[in-house]
Design a protein around this ligand. Structure first.
Ligand code: MSP
Length: 510
């Protein structure tokens, strides 16, 4: 039976167009999903939109639209963006979907019946912009600890989830299990949120744009309680490849990865595991990544008015280069800089000089010396053996990085792989060779170009397609195809993988 892998992104607020920060989370999810697929896993990749709540309602009213039509328009743009980036999700969940609403309302009833929910009065500090609540200890200055905006004081009837009872349990889980990667974030999570853990207010009466509680129609479910459960409810959709029980039962062997940005770690690593525990389910596995920051180190965010429109970047540089930059140049887990200059540097220095040129050089050597037919390797050459050993080592360490979700390290291995092939050309100097030696060298290079292109394909899908056309090859990327010998294949015309970005080009917009 095939091994199974379930990967999720946060569901994004459709109050505006998505920016590059959102693209980052989704790119990582797509990368690991494609990688697992190439390993033969059955994969399920979930993304979507978090459509309820006061903030969305306000935005819709500002545009004189009803909230559902407002968000539906924006969601078309989300999907268009994912499409332009070759992001292959399996389900796009909307929290306004009938099946999601049904699941969340029923889940409320079950938790209520099990005694995990009670009714009381809620008074707290609320950040409208982040849809987040803080206690006075967490926000002593009455400013949002996340975004710095003024917090409102709220007091209303509300249902509460008995989170406090799980304080010891969650502390122990965070300290002694694998809920959160990277581990160094656990200490700050415990200090800032677990030590002062309060029951969670999970309903509102002050507005009505949300999922109604069956037991009390004046209440709607608080947006995080609604949103977090998308990771379960989506599995009740007819198009879901996995069932709820299959993924979430305690003995499940479905591998799991939930990607989130570091600012929403507390929801995913405290409330979310407790909700799952109440339901008798397994723990989640969360990877918290850092933020994309500007050249001057400021978090990219709509409220700071410094966001970059990914569509413009894709139009100029292409989806592949952008995805490669985000994965490679931002150390997984840490904040990382983005600017057009840095992206251009990466494209010219790596994708053009090292990768694209390697292919172009090889193409012209084979067309010149062998009429465009890939020669065979039928000798034993010590440089070739040495190269293959080195590449095997690099490949193995790439697999280890990927299996540990160490994305930015994994691409460093891929770059090293390309550099080794270039180094092999420099050492063997094929232009000075002929006969069997030349055949063996060029055969090795072509086969290794295919191998590295296959390994790069979860990020550089278009390069994979171009190389497959060049090699007259028509199969989906799969690690089982590594090591294929292309001897005897008549090469087609090569389409340049990447072109140099000229510095004086008038394409700067930030
Ligand atoms: N709706 C909630 C998530 C609910 S999940 C049950 C939400 N949505 S969001 O639209 O604000 O975007 C969430 C994701 O975008 C987070 O993973 C967040 O970290 C990411 N990013 C937003 N700005 C970012 C950067 N500048 N850099 C990297 N990621 C950032 O939160």
């Amino acid at each position: 039976m095939k091994k199974k892998f379930y990967v999720t992104t946060p569901i994004y607020y459709p109050n505006d167009k998505l920016h590059l920060g959102h693209v980052y989370t989704t790119t990582l999810a797509d990368y690991i999903s494609k990688y697992k697929k190439m390993q033969g896993y059955e994969t399920m990749f979930l993304t979507g939109s978090d459509e309820h709540g006061q903030k969305i309602l306000d935005r819709a009213l500002e545009s004189s639209m009803d909230p559902l039509s407002f968000v539906t328009n924006i969601i078309t743009e989300f999907k268009n963006l994912w499409n332009k980036l070759d992001i292959n999700y399996d389900i796009f969940i909307r929290t306004t979907d009938k099946l999601h609403k049904k699941y969340v309302a029923e889940s409320f009833t079950n938790l209520l019946n099990q005694g995990f929910i009670y009714k009381s009065i809620y008074t707290d500090l609320y950040c409208k912009s982040d849809e987040a609540y803080f206690t006075k200890t967490q926000a002593p200055t009455q400013l949002c600890p996340d975004c710095g905006k003024d917090l409102e004081i709220l007091s209303e009837e509300s249902y509460f989830l008995k989170i406090k009872n799980f304080k010891k349990w969650i502390k122990d889980k965070l300290e002694n299990s694998n809920i959160l990667i990277p581990k160094y974030r656990i200490k700050e999570l415990i200090n800032n949120f677990v030590n002062d853990l309060q029951d969670l207010s999970i309903s509102r009466v002050s507005f009505s744009w949300g999922i109604k509680i069956n037991e009390n129609k004046a209440h709607i479910i608080y947006v995080w309680m609604d949103a977090l459960q998308n990771y379960i409810s989506a599995l009740s959709y007819p198009e879901s490849k996995f069932t709820i029980d299959e993924v979430w039962n305690k003995n499940s062997d479905v591998e799991l990865l939930q990607l989130v940005g570091k600012e929403i770690t507390r929801f995913h690593c405290i409330y979310w595991p407790i909700i799952l525990k109440m339901k008798g389910y397994r723990e989640p596995r969360i990877l918290a990544h850092g933020w994309l920051v500007t050249d001057s180190g400021e978090k990219m965010s709509k409220s700071k008015k410094n966001v970059i429109d990914p569509i413009k970047l894709i139009d100029i540089y292409g989806a592949d280069a952008l995805k490669f930059y985000l994965t490679n140049n931002i150390v997984t887990g840490e904040d990382g800089k983005f600017s057009q200059d840095l992206l251009e540097e990466m494209i010219n220095g790596l994708l053009v000089n090292k990768y694209s040129n390697l292919v172009a050089r090889t193409d012209s050597m084979i067309k010149k010396s062998f009429n465009g037919i890939v020669p065979e390797n039928n000798i034993s050459n010590k440089n070739i053996i040495k190269l293959k050993n080195r590449l095997d080592e690099i490949k193995n360490s790439y697999f280890i990085d990927m299996d540990n979700f160490n994305f930015s390290n994994s691409t460093k291995k891929l770059i090293k792989y390309i550099e080794e092939i270039n180094g092999f050309i420099d050492i063997t100097e094929p232009w000075k060779e002929k006969g069997d030696n030349l055949s063996a060298i060029l055969n090795t290079i072509v086969n290794e170009i295919f191998n590295i292109t296959t390994m790069l394909s979860p990020l550089l899908l278009n390069s994979y397609k171009k190389i497959c056309f060049w090699l007259n090859y028509d199969e989906k990327p799969n690690f089982e195809n590594l090591g294929k010998d292309f001897k005897g294949v008549k090469l087609n015309k090569i389409d340049y993988l990447f072109s140099r970005i000229e510095k004086d080009k008038n394409n700067k917009f930030n």
